[in-house]
Design a protein around this ligand. Structure first.
Ligand SMILES: Cc1cc2nc3c(=O)[nH]c(=O)nc-3n(C[C@H](O)[C@H](O)[C@H](O)COP(=O)(O)O)c2cc1C
Length: 213
């Protein structure tokens, strides 16, 4: 049984116990670029997004681009696949958080992105995912809502706020710069602040107790 003295001792020792956690270190985030279509617009949005992530103080950034992968949908464990996964999987495994960039294809997200997600399991587990989308009228919002369901199955938590580009092609100039950057930049800051909070919160939680779900 705990006495009042014990309780006070717990309170006194709490700061030093907390100091053993690494919560102030940058959150390792991997940005996943989700389209591989020939002639895709994705890199334009990705460049803008990477700028926002890199200028945010809380992150150390890596990138996985599905266009640089050629994973089969058969899940055949060939030597070629093993070699490819050796490039990709560590960037997902070491990440503490993700930003997934998706266009909308037929009211959902691209098959290549789903394939990359499905080739992995533990790598997504107990980590936060921020979602950035682009498309035509919908701005990719339906793709985002589908991805929330997928990541819930993988024990990942999607953050509430997103950034979406409606009529994306018309939102950027020929140099790839946003014509009106203020609203998307502000939205990105809100989303990335949430991602950093979740990244640190889940880091601390996992240091205390491994995820058991
Ligand atoms: C197969 C296909 C389906 C699409 N379906 C939608 C859609 O349902 N809603 C939408 O807003 N835009 C849709 N679009 C427009 C794309 O979101 C837009 O062209 C975007 O730039 C595609 O990303 P990417 O250029 O990186 O491939 C579709 C485009 C393609 C190629």
């Amino acid at each position: 049984m705990k006495t009042a003295t014990d309780t006070h001792a717990d309170v006194r020792t709490a700061p030093s116990a907390a100091s053993t956690f690494t919560s102030s270190a940058p959150v390792r985030v991997t940005v996943v670029v989700g389209s591989n279509r020939t002639g895709r617009f994705g890199p334009v949005v990705a460049e803008w997004l990477l700028g926002r992530v890199r200028e945010h103080d809380d992150f150390e950034v890596d990138v996985v681009d599905v266009a640089e992968t050629d994973l089969p949908t058969t899940f055949a464990p060939t030597p070629e696949v093993t070699a490819q996964l050796a490039e990709i999987t560590p960037k997902l495994a070491t990440a503490e958080a993700f930003v997934v960039l998706t266009p909308e294809y037929n009211h959902s997200y691209p098959a290549a992105l789903k394939n990359l997600i499905d080739w992995h399991f533990h790598e997504w587990r107990a980590k936060p995912v921020a979602l950035v989308s682009y498309g035509g009228l919908s701005g990719g919002l339906r793709a985002v809502e589908h991805l929330r369901q997928v990541f819930a199955e993988l024990h990942a938590t999607t953050v509430r706020d997103t950034v979406s580009f409606h009529q994306a092609h018309a939102s950027f100039d020929d140099m790839g710069h946003l014509k009106e950057p203020s609203a998307p930049t502000a939205a990105a800051k809100v989303m990335l602040d949430q991602l950093a909070w979740w990244g640190r919160a889940l880091r601390e939680a996992k240091e205390r107790r491994p995820y058991g779900g």
